[in-house]
Design a protein around this ligand. Structure first.
Ligand SMILES: Cc1cc2nc3c(=O)[nH]c(=O)nc-3n(C[C@H](O)[C@H](O)[C@H](O)COP(=O)(O)O)c2cc1C
Length: 379
């Protein structure tokens, strides 16, 4: 199959596994690339040393092109991007921030850059900064999708830019792929679908719960981390949504993150305090026992007190940090009472746990069949 995306990345099928923390690990990335699509390594929770080790592991598992996902907003992102560039990864996927310098460095070794965006404004900015392609994430998506559904967002972006577009958000099969191509996309991404596969490291209990759930069983809110985010509807997610987040737990979580990604805690606070231009990042009002002291900073003393004197920095970090530990907990242990989990609306049309190759092969087959059926229908 040839599209601008297959040509750009040198892959067989224009199907992408996006970077999903703790899920898009070397084994899953390689499985997607070996099946003819392209997988991106998720580097959000990785230190630079772990990023390098993971890239080398992917290279050992596949000789096909693969990508590395860099969420520029995340602490340690620049350091991880530099590792990816040193390792000359074929594709760099950047999101939530400006990456002009990185794009130049990737182009210097003939690598490609695809920028993830959720608005027309950001699509234009990414094109201007030199990105080779765009990954455009609609409202239906798990995690940080647009405020606008894929059906409207993709043609709006396609009309505005000249570089090829990959549609993502709400796509799980050949029907979704056909719809995305009809809207002008030249490739698709599937997060929820590829996370519910045999090779995916997501805990079996989460996968099973998703299969039992419908298209309405997600919550889209800015109460989980610092941006609008879609999560699987569970009692713990509903509780977090209603009560706001627990700042004390968030503080503890931030110390754990600093350790995991191997950066000084203050640097973590600074990184978390910036949000990409134009992104909605307003926080819910905290109330009751969980409200911390953001509005009434105390006189001194502890690291936490100091941080909360800078409410925006403190609140940003507390939200991101808590979401980070809660999502990791559910993803790895399947404990949906304490943790919560990211999932797209498309979970409601997913009914099995196949291999990655099965997902890719049948998506392509169904897409080609639909093309013929539509052509035959219209006389
Ligand atoms: C379980 C899961 C974990 C995810 N983790 C991340 C993440 O760590 N960072 C991120 O930017 N997006 C994450 N995403 C979002 C995907 O990158 C992608 O944008 C989304 O899944 C696309 O929508 P879809 O699920 O409808 O295919 C995650 C998605 C899922 C399903």
């Amino acid at each position: 199959m040839k599209t601008k995306i297959t040509e750009l990345f040198g892959i067989e099928y224009p199907i992408i596994l996006p970077g999903m923390s703790w899920i898009s690990v070397p084994e899953l990335v390689a499985a997607v690339s070996n099946a003819g699509g392209i997988g991106y390594l998720a580097t959000g929770p990785l230190s630079p040393a772990k990023t390098r080790e993971s890239i080398r592991r992917i290279k050992a598992l596949t000789n096909k092109p693969f990508g590395v996902g860099i969420t520029l907003l995340m602490p340690g992102a620049h350091e991880n991007a530099m590792v990816a560039i040193e390792e000359k990864v074929p594709v760099l996927n950047i999101s939530l921030g400006k990456g002009e310098d990185l794009i130049k460095k990737v182009h210097a070794y003939n690598g490609k850059v695809i920028a993830t965006v959720t608005t027309v404004q950001h699509a234009l900015a990414a094109q201007k900064s030199g990105a080779d392609a765009l990954q455009v994430t609609g409202y239906e998506a798990a995690a940080h999708g647009s405020q606008v559904p894929t059906l409207v967002l993709i043609p709006a972006v396609v009309d505005a830019v000249k570089i090829p577009v990959v549609a993502i958000g709400g796509i799980a099969d050949g029907r979704g792929m056909a719809a995305a191509f009809a809207l002008g996309a030249e490739g698709i991404g599937m997060g929820t679908r590829l996370s519910i596969t045999k090779e995916s490291p997501v805990h079996d209990f989460c996968k099973k719960k998703q299969l039992e759930s419908g298209i309405e069983d997600t919550i889209y809110s800015n109460r989980f981390d610092s941006l609008y985010c879609r999560v699987f509807k569970t009692p713990s997610a509903e509780k977090a949504y209603k009560q706001g987040r627990n700042l004390r737990k968030g503080f503890k979580a931030s110390l754990a993150i600093a350790k995991a990604v191997d950066i000084p805690w203050m640097k973590l606070v600074t990184a978390a305090s910036s949000s990409p231009k134009g992104e909605k990042s307003e926080r819910p009002k905290e109330s009751g026992a969980n409200s911390g002291s953001a509005s009434k900073p105390k006189e001194k003393k502890s690291l936490m007190d100091k941080m909360l004197k800078v409410p925006k920095m403190g609140m940003n970090l507390m939200h991101i940090a808590q979401a980070y530990v809660d999502i990791q907990h559910a993803t790895e242990t399947g404990d949906l009472d304490k943790g919560f989990y990211l999932s797209g609306q498309v979970q409601g049309i997913i009914h099995d746990i196949p291999t990655v190759a099965e997902v890719i092969n049948r998506t392509v087959k169904e897409f080609l069949k639909i093309q013929e059926e539509i052509a035959a229908k219209i006389k």
